[in-house]
Write a protein that binds this ligand. Structure first.
Ligand SMILES: [Zn+2]
Ligand SMILES: [Zn+2]
Length: 102
């Protein structure tokens, strides 16, 4: 199950579970859409993979107790700002390869 982390790792912007701005990599590294586009170049600084929009967990119990009331979002902040200069070096080549070919 996704943790639904509460903020962007880089800028610490709040990303509540219903935020359409949340982006995750396959390891659930979590950033806001602006940081993914303008800082990261769609390259995860932790694994090199790409990002997709984070799915939104229902707030209401539509079926089988599968909702935020039973499985709430994480409250553990992972604020690990990216070293922008280092990321430029790391991601320079990766940015030219689409995520499905990395
Ligand atoms: Zn951000
Ligand atoms: Zn990652």
């Amino acid at each position: 199950m996704l943790e639904l982390r509460p903020t962007c790792e880089h800028c610490n912007k709040a990303l509540p579970p219903n935020s359409p701005e949340a982006r995750i990599c396959s390891y659930e590294c979590t950033f806001c859409a602006a940081c993914v586009a303008h800082v990261l170049g769609n390259v995860c600084p932790n694994c090199g993979g790409g990002f997709v929009p984070r799915p939104i967990r229902p707030s209401k119990n539509w079926k089988g107790d599968n909702f935020l009331g039973k499985d709430p979002a994480s409250t553990t902040v992972k604020h690990r700002p990216v070293n922008v200069a280092a990321h430029e070096l790391f991601s320079a080549a990766l940015r030219t390869i689409s995520p499905e070919k990395r």
